[in-house]
Design a binder for this molecule. Structure first.
Ligand code: SF4
Length: 341
């Protein structure tokens, strides 16, 4: 009997099914658990947002959907026309002011022209950027992902849009009431009966890492449950050019997700009853883990447990780390980092 679902169809019984009293887990915490059980527990207890979810605060112009770019282009063309008409009216009325010796009007007209020119140039720069983005989007090409393949395939966001996939923003977290799992993919791509979750990573890489595969499998589960559509694969975008990988939603890739979900649920329950035994870890992963990175205890940032901040577990230099505070130890962050380099 399968313990998952096949091609988006939920299985009849699964070990991932949760009772209402069992904890809700985020996709981020489950993915973190795959990297390190301690990281998973920290993400669960602190309800931290997924860093991949955080969009850049600057740049409010659309980039990812052609309809949004076209709408913004139209809006800015209208703005430009308004500014140019104003310039024309002021320029045309100035000779009349000279004729009537109304020199105060010329002073006001000069100030207005400077302002309008500045505004027009700003709009022109926005238009230039939007046209560049539209060209990038329209030039994007990739193969249509094979929904029956069980190997990863390369892909490209803009190519997928040009193949007819429609991008849908996800406002609220998707929730699976059977598995007590929730999470919010970056976008959902829809085409026919397909409903494909997508998330972006911050760094370019040659292949997805294990926690990222777990994360996209979790989003496939949520998408198929919430939207009731076929979800034969998920997409991980990496790097600046919005290329990435199609990850098949097959048993081979789902197993780690299922294992992490069940294990983290047990660990979270044990931790809530204060009877978790030693939480395992692999010290080789600590060398660059941000949760083990020491920082000054004076900075005042604290992780929480049972809703209250934990006291810092300081080393001899008066520094502490999130993982160190929670598990009362000193992760080998600096030592390993130095050896690796
Ligand atoms: S510092 Fe080490 S033990 Fe702690 S969360 Fe990171 S990898 Fe795991």
């Amino acid at each position: 009997m399968s313990d998952g679902f096949d091609g988006g169809r939920p299985a009849r019984v699964s070990r991932m099914k949760a009772t209402p009293s069992e904890p809700w887990l985020s996709v981020h915490a489950v993915a973190e658990y795959t990297f390190c059980p301690r990281a998973g527990l920290l993400a669960y207890e602190n309800k931290r947002a997924d860093p991949d979810d955080t969009p850049p605060a600057f740049d409010t112009l659309p980039r990812f959907e052609i309809q949004a770019i076209e709408a913004e282009l139209a809006r800015n063309y209208q703005r430009l026309m308004r500014w140019l008409w104003s310039v024309l009216v002021i320029a045309a009325s100035s000779p009349i002011a000279v004729y009537l010796r109304q020199y105060w009007y010329l002073v006001l007209a000069g100030v207005a022209l400077v302002y309008l020119t500045h505004q027009s140039l700003s709009v022109l720069m926005v238009l230039q950027e939007l046209l560049r983005r539209r060209k990038t989007l329209l030039d994007g090409r990739c193969e249509e992902p094979d929904p029956y393949s069980e190997i990863m395939q390369p892909t490209n966001w803009f190519g997928l849009l040009n193949l007819g996939f429609e991008s849908r923003d996800v406002k609220d977290a998707l929730r699976d009431n059977d598995w007590n799992l929730e999470g919010k993919p970056w976008r959902i791509l829809q085409k026919g009966s397909l409903c494909i979750p997508v998330f972006r990573t911050r760094s370019s890489q040659e292949a997805p890492r294990e926690p990222q595969i777990v994360k996209i499998m979790a989003y496939c589960r949520l998408s198929s449950v919430v939207f009731g559509s076929e979800c034969p694969y998920g997409i991980i975008l990496t790097g600046e050019d919005y290329s990435g990988f199609v990850v098949p939603n097959c048993e081979r890739f789902r197993t780690d997700f299922h294992n992490s979900l069940v294990s983290l649920r047990h660990l979270a329950q044990a931790a809530e009853h204060r009877n978790e035994s030693t939480v395992t870890y692999d010290s080789r992963k600590c060398s660059r883990c941000p949760l083990g990175q020491p920082r000054s205890a004076l900075l005042g940032q604290r992780i929480v447990r049972f809703g209250a901040p934990l006291p810092p577990f300081k080393n001899d230099d008066g520094q502490h780390s999130d993982c160190g505070d929670r598990f009362e130890w000193e992760p080998p962050y600096r030592q390993s980092f130095g050896q690796d380099n």
